[in-house]
Design a protein around this ligand. Structure first.
Ligand code: ADP
Length: 261
């Protein structure tokens, strides 16, 4: 079956936050693509206008470490976003018990992640949903950031339904358990956050206990990236210039990275 006269529909790949994702062939280029069908539902008209303008901006983002948005069009009341098809994602790599990542492999994945992010920040686009299953892996081993700006355009369902509710607070609890509760002395602007409430003090365990195998360089970079105060946190450009990336071992070449079968 053809969609918009150009795409030959194949199997369903999965169901995401905003709707079904299916595989398709782009008859114009012969390329395999993934089409995300977004239900416009109740705000059909409203979303169309702002969303399509925002999506135009996303189409302009082109970088080896960002998934390309090839096309976007409304079809039968749904918005269709056409992306390059990707073989796997970082979550699958991490979960695969047969895959052991060497320090050089980890360095390569982190470097590609930061390169993609640096490109976006340079274009004043923020991702807002960085997580391993949004870091897709192409057949040549390149890691590419996905789901760019969608959270901002379509809203994140989690947030809407759980304002001050279980999952936000639950997530905060996990962050505090890992990094300790932030002190106002570390993050002076914290007390001005919209929903700021005092939280029971949780001490920070040494970062080393969370990452027992990381090198000292790696740990230094992580501590700078995990800084609570965004004004004190390392920028993505500075992170790429950190000595972790220039010290041995050199990052593994993408084509040589271990991948799920
Ligand atoms: P979520 O919103 O939960 O992050 P997505 O809508 O991004 O989920 O994706 C749903 C499923 O579709 C994923 O599990 C993934 O397997 C598949 N998928 C998404 N994008 C691509 C892509 N570019 N190439 C191949 N598969 C994809």
């Amino acid at each position: 079956k053809r969609v918009a006269d150009r795409y030959l529909k194949r199997e369903v790949l999965g169901e995401g936050t905003y709707g079904i994702v299916f595989k398709a062939i782009d008859t114009k280029t012969g390329q395999t693509v993934a089409i995300k069908k977004i239900r416009l539902g109740k705000y059909k008209e409203g979303v169309n206008f702002t969303a399509l303008r925002e999506i135009k901006l996303l189409k302009e983002l082109k970088d080896p470490n960002i998934i390309e948005l090839i096309d976007a069009f409304p079809h039968k009341g749904n918005l269709h976003l056409v992306f390059e098809f990707m073989e796997s994602d970082l979550e699958a790599v991490i979960r695969d018990r047969n895959i052991v990542l060497s320090p050089a492999d980890v360095k390569s994945y982190l470097q590609m992640t930061l390169k993609g992010l640096a490109y976006c920040h340079k274009k004043w686009v923020v991702h807002r949903d960085m997580k391993p299953n949004n870091l897709l892996i192409a057949s040549d081993g390149q890691l590419k950031l996905a789901d760019f700006g969608l959270a901002r355009i379509f809203g994140s369902p989690d947030r809407k339904f759980t304002h001050q509710g279980s999952s936000d607070i639950d997530q905060l609890g996990k962050i505090f358990a890992a990094f300790g509760t932030p002190k106002p002395s570390q993050w002076p602007d914290m007390v001005f956050l919209p929903d700021y409430v005092e939280y029971q003090y949780v001490p920070a365990p040494p970062l080393r206990t969370l990452f027992p195998m990381a090198s000292d360089d790696a740990l230094d970079l992580l501590s700078k990236m995990f800084t609570y105060d965004p004004k004190a946190r390392i920028t993505v450009q500075q992170a790429l210039e950190h000595r972790y990336f220039s010290s041995v071992p050199a990052p593994t070449k993408p084509s040589l990275l271990p991948r799920p079968p």
